[in-house]
Write a protein of this length. Structure first.
Length: 202
């Protein structure tokens, strides 16, 4: 019993650290939140082309988000513009989708630039384990790749998709009536013990 409690504490600490890097409120290029106010134009060599860009992020799934004239788009490794510079913010591609924001609303596009999940959220975050994290107001939720809401953005301050269709959450409704941390399934049922048993073994 003591070992299981220690395991749970270890998992909570680990995921808490992960949230500090990739949580719902982050502003890195894993999200539709802008990660730079740098407006200086630089000539950047990409492939055989010289591009005048304000910023370029790391390549992910063959594309990199880049900023030009105050707007974000995507280029390939040859320097070709694949998705036009039309977005206020643009994150990394993950699992075939990228979080973007336009006119103050965030959603997801595919590598062809097609909108897959309507731009209607405050922020969106890169997909992992088959789910994307969305933010409405101060709360976060999760959607699948078809845009179906799996966890409503109305009670948790942070949501992180885990393996086995489980989610790490924290907020006023997590754990107990006083708030805290928990691991839940798609029906928002507590599954911490099952998750620990699965990844730790007997």
């Amino acid at each position: 019993m003591k070992q299981k409690i220690l395991n749970i504490i270890s998992i909570v600490l680990l995921v808490t650290i992960l949230f500090s890097l990739t949580g719902c409120s982050n502003t890195t290029n894993n999200s539709s939140s802008d990660n730079s106010n740098n407006e200086e134009v630089k000539v950047t060599e990409v492939g055989n082309l010289s591009l005048e860009l304000q910023q370029i992020d790391d390549f992910s799934e063959g594309l990199a988000s880049a900023k030009k004239d105050g707007k974000w788009g995507y280029i390939d490794k040859k320097g070709n513009v694949v998705i036009d510079f039309i977005y206020e913010n643009a994150g990394d591609f993950s699992e075939g989708l990228a979080p973007v924001k336009k006119d103050g609303k965030a959603g997801y596009i595919n590598t062809k630039g097609e909108v897959v999940v309507d731009l209607k959220y405050r922020n969106t975050y890169s997909f992992s384990n088959g789910y994307g994290v969305i933010q409405d107001g101060i709360y976060c939720g999760a959607i699948d790749k078809d845009g179906h809401v799996i966890i409503e953005a109305n009670k948790y301050y942070n949501v992180k998709p885990l393996s086995y269709d489980l989610f790490y959450v924290d907020g006023t409704e997590a754990g107990d009536s006083k708030g805290g941390y928990d691991i839940i399934d798609k029906d928002e049922l507590e599954k911490a013990g099952i998750y620990i048993d699965t990844i730790m073994g007997p």
